[in-house]
Design a protein around this ligand. Sequence first.
Ligand code: IMP
Ligand code: MG
Length: 177
Amino acid sequence: MKILISEVTIRDRVTELGAQLSREYAGRPLTILGVLTGSVVLLADLIRATSVPLRVALISASSYGGTRTSPGVLSVNSSLVPDLKGRDVVILDDIFDTGHTMEGLYEAVKGFEPNSVRSAVLLWKTERTAVDLVPDYFGFKIPDEFVVGYGLDFNDEFRHLPYIGVPDQDDLTAAGG
Ligand code: IMP
Ligand code: MG
C-alpha cells in the first residue's frame, strides 16, 4: 500500500491541532463529539494533545445505499449523545469528503441547543466539497483518492493502520472488496 501521510507526520499535525484547540477553547465548556467509527483513532490522540478541560462524547453517522465514492441516505444516531445545552461543541470526524455527513451532523447537534458548533477533521478532500460548509479545523488537504488507515476503513478493515495509505487492488481484494 502506498503511504500518503506517515505516522510521524500525523502525530506532529495532531499535536498542533491540540494546541490550537487548547488556545481557542480555553475557559469555555468544550465537548469534543467524535463520529463513530472513523474518528476513534484521531479522537484518542487529539484529546491527549489538548491541555484544557473538556468532555468527550460520541455520535454515530452512517449512510446507507451508497457506494465507495457516493454517499447514500445519511442516518444520524444521537442516542449516545449527552446533554450539550450551552456547551461549545467540536464535531470530530475522520474525513470531510462531499461534506454531506458533516452537514447532517450539524443539523442533529443544533437540536441539542449548544452554545456553538464547529467541525474538525483529519482529512479534507477539497475537490469533492459539495455543501456550503468547510471544516473549521483540518489536519491535511488531500487529493480525490480513496484512503484508509488511522480510523478510515474500506469494508470496515484497515482502521488500525498508523498511517494514511492508498490501497491498491490487491489490498481491496484481500479486504473482501
Ligand atoms: P461525506 O459525507 O461525503 O463528507 O463523506 C464522509 C464519509 O465518507 C466519511 O465519514 C467516511 O466514512 C467516508 N469516506 C469518504 N472518503 C473516504 C475515503 O477516502 N476513505 C474511507 N472513507 C471515506
Ligand atoms: Mg466514516
